[in-house]
Unconditional design. Structure first.
Length: 331
């Protein structure tokens, strides 16, 4: 049996057409460098042909969930079935370029043991000159953002350190992920990657951006860029993220409150209505659980307290959100 250079884990939900394109691009990229891959697809009770597509494409492992368990649970199912030393989490609406697999495989092979995450260069499919994400970062108040989102793509020659990877596309060292307990299932969708990055950093691991691994991403292909469902889930997950990881000083809490008011208002006015406020309220139902998880995590002393990224101003945040929305809907 051929040992894969890394496993690929794709969580599918009503994404049959995108899934075929994604897997096809990964296989073409792998074939270009004769790099063996293992492909694992977890279908979250899709109502379209996603499950049939995964089976027709003869993926190495296909998991069929009887209900939509959420992204976090499905991703954990996929990671648990991966046999490679590394696993690529990738959204089904991602299309990789020819050199993508070779670049990530080479970076994984040469990375020291304390590197747990490799973040590729992901651009918008509608405009390849604009960055979608190059990993994730958090500021000193615990507010997350995607690295260089909605900025012009620069040409870089060497990998550099980032806070963590985005689950839209990132390569994870599996033994490191298992050491910190894998993905927190409280995150139904969104922000689970930031939470995982936080745990990996505290355990002493680092993350690198790999500029030669380039991919294209549509964004919000399953639920839609302006979907109230997405607004609800993002708002809910942000609140859970702050509860589990955010600094609890008065200064940090105050900044997060201001940021969340702005985030919720912008999302509401963009067409989501009351969804972001309902999402934040829904997160309160898990207050006892998140308190328990936070306390349990505190029993393991942090090896490293992650250094915060610079704060992104309100004006810059709004500019990025508008630019990302335009790119996602193809304006």
């Amino acid at each position: 049996m051929t040992v894969p250079a890394f496993s690929v884990v794709v969580v599918a939900w009503n994404s049959a057409e995108a899934l075929e394109t994604c897997i096809g691009s990964l296989r073409e990229s792998a074939a270009a460098s004769a790099t063996p891959l293992e492909i694992v697809v977890v279908d979250n009770a899709s109502s379209d042909a996603s499950l049939a597509t995964a089976r027709r494409l003869r993926c190495d492992v296909v998991v069929s969930n009887p209900l939509n368990a959420g992204y976090g649970v499905a991703a954990m199912q996929g990671l648990a079935r991966a046999t490679g030393r590394w696993a690529l989490l990738v959204n089904p609406d991602v299309v990789v370029r020819r050199g993508f697999v070779a670049a990530l495989a080479a970076a994984a092979e040469s990375s020291p043991e304390d590197v747990a995450t490799l973040a590729p260069d992901v651009r918008f499919a509608s405009d390849e000159s604009i960055v979608n994400f190059r990993g994730v970062e958090v500021d000193d108040a615990g507010v997350p953002t995607e690295v260089e989102a909605a900025t012009r793509a620069s040409i870089e020659q060497a990998p550099r350190e980032v806070f963590g990877g985005s689950s839209g596309a990132c390569l994870l060292r599996l033994d490191a992920v298992r050491r910190v307990g894998s993905i927190e299932p409280a995150f139904f969708a969104y922000m689970e990657d930031v939470d995982l990055a936080w745990q990996l950093r505290r355990a002493g691991y680092s993350a690198l951006f790999v500029p030669d691994a380039v991919a294209l991403h549509e964004g919000s292909a399953s639920v839609g860029a302006d979907s109230p469902l997405k607004a609800f889930l993002v708002a809910r997950s942000r609140r859970l993220l702050f509860r589990l990881n955010g600094p609890h000083t008065l200064r940090a809490r105050t900044r997060r409150t201001v940021v969340e008011l702005g985030h919720g208002t912008f999302t509401s006015l963009s067409g989501a209505g009351a969804a972001p406020w309902r999402g934040r309220a829904d997160a309160l139902r898990l207050r006892a659980y998140t308190g328990y998880v936070r306390q349990a995590r505190s029993l393991v002393p942090a090896q490293v307290e992650p250094a915060p990224a610079r704060r992104v101003s309100l004006a810059e945040t709004l500019r990025r959100k508008r630019a990302m929305r335009r790119a996602m809907i193809g304006e």
